[in-house]
Ligand binder design. Sequence first.
Ligand SMILES: *Cc1c(COP(=O)(O)O)cnc(C)c1O
Length: 393
Amino acid sequence: MRDAFLVFGQPLIEQAEIDEVVDSLNKAWIGTGPKVHQFEKDFAAYKGVPYAAAVNSCTAALHLACLTLEFAPGDEVITTAMTFCASVNSIIHAGGTPVLADVNPHTLNIDPAAIEARITPRTRAIMVVHYAGRSCDMDPIMDLAARHGLTVIEDCAHAIETEYKGRTAGTIGHIGCFSFYATKNIVTGEGGMLISSDKAAMDRCKIMALHGMSADAWARFSDAGYKHYQVVDHGFKYNMMDIQAALGLHQLPRIDRYWNHRAAIWQRYMQAFADLGIGLPAPVEENTVHAYHLYTIRVNRECCGVERDQMLEALRARNIGVGVHYLAIPEHPYYQKRFGWRPEETPHATAYGRETISLPLSAKLSERDVDDVIEAVREICGACPAARTGATA
Ligand SMILES: *Cc1c(COP(=O)(O)O)cnc(C)c1O
């Protein structure tokens, strides 16, 4: 068994980031400044879009994206039951009413047929989440959106590198939102980004990300001369700092290197667990690129002799840090109380959320770390006869 605890999702921070942060500190330009603007330019170039707006989290990006829709009370946004609470909360904060659709049980992505069944005259938008980095099936979703006049917001928190039929995630719908949280594929500590080809929407997001101050306010302390700002709405404080962008500037150029490393780990897990009874991720769909953000297994007593929570504990006891992505949204008491949601209304997401475990999958993992994860999982499953015969779920 390994000596040191393997922290789940620990990012790889290299010397260039450390030097760049120190440079910000030395120059004492620590707020929003040249590094944030450069990071926006670099990210826009990476995505091949004209505009990108850096913010302090993907949650903020999702909130701003929803705000561009200027919801009237009762306006609905359809989203997935298999996501982080931030997706749903951002809809609520913008004054919308979230409506949940179930997932496809193999891809864990929102099911276009379930979306269609939830569309009402009040539906304004669809918020998709490319779960684990696997692209949603965007063609039928964009068709639905076009037919019903809906905006599509892509929660790309897992999906910086994701592609669907030659198009990159965040550019297929109307607005894309990205996360650089500490566990995500590239990191700025906390941080997020918005992209859209809709200039008016991007301008609106930028204004609302900084107190609702007029666009010029972003440059008001530069040497171009003092500019008075005007408050044009009651906005938020969502801007990214140069200290954060200092990390992103050096993480972004390594995105392919990190992706290759995670892809190799993914393949090793696939081979190492092929003879166990546990559920493994579905093959990657043709004509798509998976971002390999989460490697999730599915565990229950029938397939490997232990319940999910027992396996979480057994892995922790072997010094392997793991995650759960996610308990389905209707499992949480707040949403049950406020919207009357019940877990059985989205049965695929609920069943999955009760059986899933995310194994370590980050750029920082060494061969040895991966060996340790594999050994621990095999040991725990090996204790069970069903696993040895390879019985499937
Ligand atoms: C991480 C995550 C978010 C929130 O990102 P932050 O940058 O932490 O705000 C939103 N949606 C999904 C699916 C996520 O995984």
